[in-house]
Design a protein around this ligand. Sequence first.
Ligand SMILES: Nc1ncnc2c1ncn2[C@@H]1O[C@H](COP(=O)(O)OP(=O)(O)O)[C@@H](O)[C@H]1O
Ligand SMILES: [Mg+2]
Length: 372
Amino acid sequence: MSHTNTPVVEIKAAVKHYRTPEGQAVRALDGVDLSVGANEFVTLLGPSGCGKTTLLRAISGFEQLDSGSLIIQGQPMNDVPPYQRPVNTVFQSYALFPHLSVGDNVGYALEVRGVPRKERDTRVGEALEMVGMGGLQKRKPGLLSGGQQQRVALARAIVNRPALLLLDEPLSALDRHLRQSMQRELKKLQSELGIAFVFVTHDQEEALTMSDRIVVLNGGHVQQIGRPEAIYDRPANAFVAGFIGESNLFKARVSVVDDQHAELVSDVGDTLRVRRGELQLNQQVQVLLRPEQFHLDCPGSSDSHAWLEGVVEQTVFVGKDFEVSMRTPQGSQVKAVVRDAARQALQRLHAGETLRLWYASQAAHVLAGGAR
Ligand SMILES: Nc1ncnc2c1ncn2[C@@H]1O[C@H](COP(=O)(O)OP(=O)(O)O)[C@@H](O)[C@H]1O
Ligand SMILES: [Mg+2]
C-alpha cells in the first residue's frame, strides 16, 4: 500500500558497472541514492553518458543493479521482472506499432492482460483525451506528426495507470517550439494524473522549467538534488554551477574578514567581496556570480556592494538584454547580462570602453573548496 508520505521509489547505494567490448569497466552508477515522492516531478539532468538511462532502466527492471536496493511503493523490486513493476517508460523514439491504429496501440497492454473490450475502449478513450488526442483512435501512426505520435506513446504509457512514469528524453526529437508547448502539457498531465514522473533530459532549461526537484548527475554520481531555484542559486559544486545556467566562477582565497563581509583575492588577483558567513581567513573557496547579478550602477548602499572593473570585449543585443563580455586587468573574463532599461548606458558597453560591473556582496554564492 502506498501512503501520501511514502516515497514511490527509494533507491539506495545503487551501483551498476558495464564492461566495454574492449574489456574496460564503466561505472554507470556509482552509489546513487534517490527517493521520489508520490506526486513528484523529478528530473535526472546531466551530460551524455552520466548514467541517466541506466538509472531509469534499473527502475523499470530492464537492467539489474550490481548492488544497492530498489523499493517501489514499499516493495523490494530487485527480483521483480519489468512487466510486474507498476512502472511504464516513454522513450524518445515513440516505438509505436505502425500496422495498429492509435486506439489499438494504446490499448495493446490492456488487451494482453485480458481487460474486457468495453473497459478497454473506455480507458483508451480517457487516455487519449488526457493527451489531447481524443477522436483519433482510428488513425494509423504513420499519418501523425512527431508531436502527435509522442502523445500516443504517452497515452499508451498511462493507460494502465502506473504508479510511476519514466520518460527518457521524450521531447528531444521535437523542434524547439513544439518541445516548449509539450513541456507545459507534460507538466499539466503529471499534476492531473497525480502520479510521479521521473523525467530525463540533458537540457538544463527543460529541467529548470518542468521539475519539482532536479537530480544532477555526472559520472554516475549524484552531484546535487534540489528544487530548481536552489540548484540555480546555490549549486553544491563547480560542476553544477557550470552545467546549469551561465556562470562566472572565481577560485579565490579569503584575504580580509570583518563582521559582515569577507574580501577575497582570486587566483589571478581580482578582488571580490562576499557575505562573511562562516568564512575564515586564508580559506580557499570558489565564488559564483551569475551574469544577471551584475549592474552598471551601484544599486544600493556601497557598503554591501562591490564591483569588478575591466575593458569591454564584446556586447551582443539579444532582445531586451545586452550580453556583455568584459576582461579585468588581471585577465579574468566576466560575462554580464544588462537589461535594456539601462540602454542609456549604451556608450559604456562599446568594445574598448572601461566598465565597472556592480554586484551585491550577499548575492555572490560561495562554494566550498577551491581545489584545482
Ligand atoms: N550496454 C552497455 N554496455 C556498455 N556500456 C554501457 C552500456 N549502456 C551504457 N553504457 C555506458 O554507461 C555509461 C552511462 O550510460 P547511460 O546511462 O546511457 O548515460 P546517459 O543516458 O546519461 O547518456 C556510459 O559511459 C555508457 O557508455
Ligand atoms: Mg540516455
